[in-house]
Design a binder for this molecule. Structure first.
Ligand code: ATP
Ligand code: MG
Length: 600
């Protein structure tokens, strides 16, 4: 055979010059290897797949005579190959980017068997595949197909075709094999580099999507955001998210983004076990289908033109709770990298869904509690209010009976009557406190501010307990710290609480000292000090909470509800002031209040 070099003046000058010279000398192998060497250098310098293809397009003709040139590039799992056409005739045969199974056609055979084919018009294995068929339609009569090897791996195959019969020789095959080796190796390098770059971009995108996912705790919003950002960031054709129903029987469509959005209605349901998504839930594994028509698990919809689909389980604590699904109208749209990337996003989506569900639960429990708390407050308000009139009658009647001489004649009559009055007073105080608390909590308590004389309030508080307590009272008020602006009745309540605590929690005969001083130019300080049982240090900060009491045996013997200090703090803080405790166990307690002075 003769190597008829193309006459046109295309290609790089040096390669062309050398080959033109050599063409005259016939088919000597050495000069062809020289050209190959130069073309190989150009291929090595190419930085991308497209640049490699461009070199093949423009330079391969200096090595071999052909009318058609195309590549079959194997996918990662070597189950399929995709065609890249590299000559004008091949371009017009409508084969570019088409996928074929490795069992189809001569290109697949060469990849699988790692062997070359030289086929003349009547020789070689009989292939009737669409690729050869198409090429024959264009008048191709001879084929030379060589594997693209890199080491032991075959990354694809390279086809040359000529309209002349029996044109290719063993020597052509040897040259084509060397050429294919260079092309294959460079494609491999570029693809490793592109893979690394793609991976970095993907990691960045994953970060971006997961950042978005932590932004909301509302489940519905979260799922829509997830579908939309995954679709947008990874440029998928269609993304759907399904969640498993509570009884575990159905999957319902919760979020949808992409080109099929109008097809499936929101709330669309599919039975577990049906179709890809149903299979994923049942088996807890992903489905990657690059030609859905070949997969018996696929559930076809008339209105869908899906060709590829990738479905992944979304799990929470090892249980599948839903499915993330991506679809495309192209064959072979997804690969393992997509599955890995989306798998990692599914993990994050699972935790985000878990958090959103927990938040929802807590929120609902909180709403319920608030509602119950409101009902309880209303109930307490009504009860304590209605307690007050009968209690006042009991106290009044009891006090008048105590003064009645006739009671002397009843055995232990006075003692019992005093007990009735004392307990009614306690109950009345409790009703008052409960009413104050319910009003404070519901924001119904109104404060009436005016200039208040603190000394007078102290006198009132002391006189309430003085005769029954048998304590020693001492109080000093700095004349410059005598007035504050506040609600008189409520401030009286504060002082009464503090003084009554000092009395309650210190032994009879103990001294109670009340002082009012200037804390600063704007503030006064009221302190109520006793020489009583004191408070354990660890309890001090807790006593302003409702129902909080010291639980030592000594303190527990003294009756009280644990509400007084809570009320005191509410009132003091409503006046812009502060209240705190200084205490030493066994030595005594000082309650301190700081409040703003009235502007004179
Ligand atoms: P009440 O609601 O009738 O006032 P209470 O006196 O028990 O009941 P608080 O006034 O809120 O409730 O006081 C809370 C707890 O703080 C008391 O139970 C007591 O243990 C402790 N406490 C308060 N004042 C003193 C004090 N001066 N000395 C020792 N312990 C005190
Ligand atoms: Mg008290």
């Amino acid at each position: 055979m003769t190597n008829n070099r193309p006459d046109e003046a295309a290609g790089s000058g040096s390669v062309k010059a050398r080959t033109q010279g050599l063409a005259a000398e016939g088919a000597a192998i050495l000069p062809r290897l020289g050209s190959l060497f130069e073309i190989a250098l150009q291929i090595e310098r190419a930085g991308s797949r497209d640049e490699i293809f461009e070199v093949v397009r423009s330079e391969a003709k200096w090595l071999l005579k052909y009318d058609v040139c195309l590549l079959g590039i194997a996918n990662r799992s070597a189950s399929h190959y995709v065609i890249t056409t590299l000559s004008p005739v091949a371009d017009s045969a409508d084969l570019n980017h088409k996928h074929f199974s490795m069992d189809e056609g001569m290109l697949g055979w060469v990849i699988k068997n790692q062997a070359s084919i030289i086929e003349g018009a009547g020789s070689g294995p009989a292939f009737s595949h669409v690729i050869e068929g198409k090429l024959k339609e264009f008048g191709v009569a001879s084929f030379l197909i060589v594997p693209m090897k890199t080491g032991t791996e075959v990354v694809g195959s390279l086809l040359f075709g000529s309209t002349m019969s029996d044109v290719y020789t063993e020597e052509d095959a040897a040259v084509a094999q060397l050429f294919a080796h260079h092309v294959g190796t460079s494609l491999k390098h570029v693809s490793v580099f592109e893979d690394a770059r793609k991976r970095i971009t993907q990691i960045e995108l994953i970060n971006e999507v997961s950042g978005e996912l932590t932004g909301t705790l509302n489940l519905e919003e979260l799922l829509h955001l997830a579908a939309a950002t995954i679709q947008k960031n990874f440029n998928y054709f269609d993304v759907t998210i399904f969640l498993l129903s509570e009884n575990g029987e159905h999957l319902s469509l919760e979020a949808h983004a992409g080109s099929f959005v109008d097809f499936l209605p929101h709330g669309y349901r599919q039975k577990v076990g049906d179709g890809f998504i149903g299979w994923v839930v049942k088996h807890g594994e992903r489905v990657l289908a690059n030609d859905v028509s070949q997969d018996p698990r696929y559930l076809a919809y008339e209105y869908h033109s899906t060709k590829s689909e990738l479905s992944l389980p979304i799990t929470v604590d090892g249980e599948v709770i839903g499915v993330l699904n991506v679809e495309d109208t192209k064959l072979h749209a997804f690969d393992d990298t997509d599955a890995v990337v989306l798998g990692s996003l599914c993990d994050q989506l699972g935790s985000a869904i878990k958090n959103a569900r927990l938040y929802d639960e807590i929120n609902r429990a909180y709403m319920k509690m608030t509602e119950l708390d409101k009902l309880k407050s209303e109930f307490l308000g009504i009860v304590s209010h209605d307690f007050r009139s009968p209690l006042s009658s009991i106290m009044l009647a009891g006090r008048s009976l105590l003064k009645n001489e006739a009671l002397q004649n009843v055995p232990r009559g006075k003692e019992y009557m005093q007990l009735i009055v004392d307990q009614a007073v306690r109950l009345n105080q409790l009703a008052e406190d409960t009413l104050s608390i319910t009003k404070m909590e519901s924001g119904q308590l109104t404060y009436y501010f005016k200039i208040v004389n603190i000394e007078r309030l102290i006198q009132d508080a002391v006189s309430m307990v003085k005769f029954s307590s048998r304590h020693l009272f001492e109080y000093t008020v700095d004349p410059n710290a005598m007035f504050i602006k506040g609600d008189q009745a409520k401030l009286r309540q504060v002082l009464q609480n503090l003084v009554s605590n000092a009395v309650k929690y210190s032994p009879k005969g103990g001294k109670i000292t009340i002082t009012v001083t200037n804390d600063s130019a704007e503030q006064i300080m009221i302190s109520v000090a006793d020489q009583g049982i004191g408070i354990p240090q660890e309890k001090v900060s807790k006593l302003f909470q409702k129902f909080s009491r010291v639980d030592t045996a000594e303190a527990k013997e003294i009756k009280g509800a644990g509400l007084g200090l809570w009320i005191c703090r509410e009132i003091v803080e409503a006046h812009g002031g502060k209240i705190w405790i200084e205490s030493e166990l066994g030595a005594g307690t000082t309650m301190k209040v700081v409040m703003k002075k009235a502007q004179q």
